[in-house]
Write a protein that binds this ligand. Structure first.
Ligand code: ADP
Length: 633
């Protein structure tokens, strides 16, 4: 029998290193993770045997746990689907999840409690075994095959794999415990009663029996007898009345059932007995999965019929923008042998899905009203999803209406997040539109020259800092009969009397400088559509604005990043007639529009206006030279 030694994939190695060096404070959770995997493996076998009757064995599905003080091991076995050699290598030797690398990079930068918090968001599943074990053996045989494999590793970078004769299908995992976990330290995972307590605590709702051996001391000198007992209640949590369930029970349920590492932010337990009868147990996790917006994230709810598990990741209940919601639906109105195809057509599924979507929207609205801090926590993790929902509501006014009041944006008002209603409530009477500005982040927007005057007038601006914001705002179009108006677009103007007066004055000055403006435009070339004077600047010399209705500069950047450079913003350069630079332009222009000095000043001003918008000019070296030149003049 040959033993093959293989290396873990690089990312797995780094992750294992973290696990082994045990950033996890909670050492017990390995048990929950391994039981979860065993339960999933039993589900998979049951589903497969519906279509392949040869797989259905005589043995009842079960999970068996054997703590053993003599060998300092704890063994977790299931008679589920098992794995082939190739599956062991790809499932256990690599981590396929997108975002793992990003996560590890972030983790490397974090330290102390920040690192703790981060790692808590990232379930390490099977690898959690190495929190407590110095060596792990995994013996497995795929159902329907007759040869097994043995996988062994100490978690240090390598694992070995060899053929192994295993009597039954399924997987057995033997953890050779580190000495702290066999009774010397705080924990003793070789003690049956301690393990029983943990199974009850973390895995009581697992739908397969979790069995253990218990020794009963014989009377007097009789030999002790061994009794096998099922430790978990197996009673599905959601069949109990809401009032009987504690929040802690819900939390443990989601951790066990949905592979969540932290207690969820919010739990929904819905029972309905209308045209379609169903129970749903849903949660909003505390944190967004690293790969939530990647294509390998699999959204969807678990589906049960009469408490029997039918399938996982059922996408047909909730719309895509609610992809972060986890949980299950149990309905007696859905047949046990329903296929994914039939499910897509199912009227019952549509009815349930619509009701759940409404319910989630309602609960979110309530959270926003009654528990603002919690809602903002939700928003930081999943706000993007709601904005994507608004964007997707382009042809669905009803959806738009139900989501618009769930939106939050950072604004220039005390740096807080605001709803649109709150913003509108603070608008002065003369302000007709809702002012918005797009940029990389709040501080980039605050530094836009266009902001100065607004700040001075005490006018509030909504910051669009996420690329999806602008798309969502475009789809919304208006709120409370007020249009969204970008402060960096050509047609922006302030509505108060003072501003209107200044505007008229600037128009007068512009009339007198038509030639100059034409020549500045000519010196810059086709990059800008127009050069004009503005009343929107105070101390700034220039700013760049974009054409009405077209994309903004930050939207253009988003498109460029998606390799779609066709989406170009129309650029208009605006000059402040009250700035010294304008006087300088005038005097250089008077010496001739073709002089190098005049041309240089024009192109430099344009390049600077790009920089202020966070856009790299075409020729940064040229700009640097010109600025250096100016500085030394
Ligand atoms: P996750 O469960 O989140 O996918 P794990 O690291 O816990 O991540 O497990 C990786 C994969 O290994 C699982 O998706 C599954 O395919 C396989 N696996 C783990 N434990 C078992 C088991 N007891 N039986 C069969 N397959 C298993």
């Amino acid at each position: 029998m040959s033993i093959e030694k293989l290396e873990f994939q690089a990312e797995t190695k780094r992750l294992l290193d973290l696990v082994v060096n045990s950033i996890y404070t909670n050492k017990e959770i390995f048990l929950r993770e391994l039981i979860s995997n065993a339960s999933d493996a039993l589900d998979k076998l049951r589903i497969e045997s519906l279509t392949n009757s040869e797989l259905a064995g005589d043995d009842e599905p079960e999970i068996f746990i054997v703590p053993d003080a003599a060998t300092k091991t704890i063994t977790i076995s299931d008679n589920g689907i098992g794995m082939t050699r190739e599956e062991v290598i790809s499932n256990i030797g690599t981590i396929a999840k997108s975002g793992t690398k990003d996560f590890l990079d972030k983790l490397r930068e974090a330290s102390g409690s920040a690192a703790q918090e981060l790692i808590g968001q990232f379930g390490v599943g099977f690898y959690s075994a190495f929190i407590v074990a110095e060596e792990v053996e995994l013996l497995t045989r795929k159902a329907g095959t007759d040869s097994g494999v043995k996988w062994t590793s100490d978690g240090a970078g390598e694992y070995s794999i060899e053929d192994f004769d295993k009597d039954t299908h399924g997987t057995t995992i033997v953890l050779h415990l580190k000495k702290d976990f066999c009774g010397d330290g705080e924990y003793n995972f070789t003690d049956a009663h301690e393990v029983e307590r943990l199974v009850k605590k973390y895995s009581d709702f697992v739908r397969y029996p979790i069995k253990m051996n218990f020794e009963t001391k014989g009377k007097d000198n009789e030999e002790p007898t061994i009794e096998i007992r099922t430790v978990n209640s197996m009673k599905p949590l959601w069949t109990r009345g809401k009032s009987e369930i504690t929040r802690q029970e819900y939390d443990e349920f989601f951790k066990q059932q949905m592979h969540e590492w932290e207690a969820p932010l919010e739990v929904f337990h819905v029972k309905a007995e209308g045209t379609v009868e169903y129970t749903a147990l849903l949660c909003i996790p505390k944190r967004a999965a690293n790969n939530l917006y990647y294509s390998d994230y699999e959204p969807g709810l678990q589906l049960y019929s009469r408490h029997v598990f039918i399938m996982d990741k059922c996408k047909d209940f909730l719309p895509d923008y609610l992809r972060f919601v986890k949980g299950l639906v149990d309905s007696p109105d859905l047949p046990l042998n329903i296929s994914r195809e039939i499910l897509q057509q199912s009227v019952e599924v549509k009815v349930i899905g619509k009701a759940l979507e409404k319910n989630i929207q309602k609960q979110l609205g309530k959270m926003l009203k009654d528990e603002r801090d919690k809602y903002e926590e939700f928003w930081r993790e999943f706000g993007k999803s709601i904005k994507i929902g608004v964007y997707n509501s382009m042809f669905d006014t009803k959806l738009k209406d139900s989501l618009k009041d769930l939106l939050l944006f950072p604004t220039s008002h005390e740096g807080k997040l605001s709803t649109l209603a709150e913003y509108v409530g603070r608008m002065p009477d003369f302000q007709k539109n809702i002012y918005v500005a797009a940029g990389k982040d709040a501080s980039a927007i605050e530094q836009l020259p266009q902001m100065e005057l607004l700040r001075e007038r005490g006018l509030e601006v909504i910051y669009l800092t996420d690329p999806v914001d602008e798309f969502a705002i475009q789809v919304l179009h208006e709120y409370a009969d007020k249009h969204f108006q970008s402060i960096t677009q050509e047609n922006f103007e302030l509505d108060d009397a003072e501003s209107q007066k200044v505007k008229a004055e600037v128009e007068e000055i512009a009339k007198m400088h038509e030639d100059l403006l034409k020549d500045v435009k000519e010196a810059i070339g086709d990059a800008v559509k127009e050069v004009r004077l503005t009343s929107r600047l105070k101390s700034g010399a220039v700013c760049l604005v974009t054409g009405e209705g077209g994309p903004s500069l930050s939207m253009e950047k988003t498109f460029a990043a998606m390799n779609n450079p066709l989406f170009k913003a129309t650029q208009i350069l605006e000059l402040n007639p009250n700035h010294a630079v304008f006087k300088k332009l005038e005097s250089l222009h008077a010496l001739g529009k073709d002089t190098q000095d005049f041309k240089d000043l024009c192109t430099t001003l344009y390049a600077l206006s790009l920089l202020m918008e966070g856009v790299m000019p075409n020729n940064p070296a040229d700009l640097a030279n010109k600025v250096t030149d100016l500085l030394t003049r």
